[in-house]
Design a protein around this ligand. Structure first.
Ligand SMILES: [Fe+2]
Ligand SMILES: [Fe+2]
Length: 169
């Protein structure tokens, strides 16, 4: 598989996972949580990211990750679990994920350089959205979540593992 096909696969998996995390959070919070509107707005952006990667994947004939059912369940569970802990924990989850995704997308952009401007343009646009999600989560009190450093670190590690696996499988 080409380098860009591998990037596209892992990125589509990530955006799919993001939609599932927010779906899990919203399932627990409903539309009455203190951050429900904000989360719903982020979820909508993730759905847009996902749809654009889905379309590019299909157009280029790249197989999506076989781990999609795993990310579907794991993402939803992570979202639901953090929302059950509380609104700050839900935001801590977003802060951790988006910190890792910012790093991941920035690395990809460096690796791509002038190659594949179509893919690079999408990655840059989405990366900027993810940075806004991270900043919004921090502004909403992510760091006040119980055991924030531990949760932040654990979620980042999980996210990294998911990225590594989705490149290969
Ligand atoms: Fe996204
Ligand atoms: Fe995001």
């Amino acid at each position: 598989m080409s380098k860009t096909a591998e990037m596209l696969r892992v990125d589509q998996a990530g955006e799919f996972g993001a939609t599932r995390i927010y779906a899990g959070q919203l399932a627990v919070m409903g539309n009455r949580g203190p951050h429900s509107a904000e989360i719903a707005a982020m979820a909508e952006q993730e759905a847009g990211h996902r749809a654009k990667f889905d379309a590019l994947l299909a157009r280029r004939g790249v197989r999506p990750t076989a781990l999609q059912p795993v990310w579907s369940a794991a993402g939803f569970a992570l979202g639901a679990a953090t929302a059950l802990i509380g609104p700050e924990a839900a935001m801590a989850c977003t802060a951790a994920i988006e910190t890792e995704i910012d790093r991941h997308y920035t690395e990809q952009l460096e690796e791509l350089g002038d190659e594949d401007p179509e893919l690079a343009g999408m990655i840059r646009e989405f990366r900027d959205d993810e940075r806004e999600h991270r900043d919004a989560a921090l502004a909403a009190g992510a760091e006040k979540a119980p055991a924030y450093p531990l949760m932040f670190h654990a979620i980042r590690l999980g996210c990294r593992a998911a990225i590594a696996l989705s490149k290969r499988i």
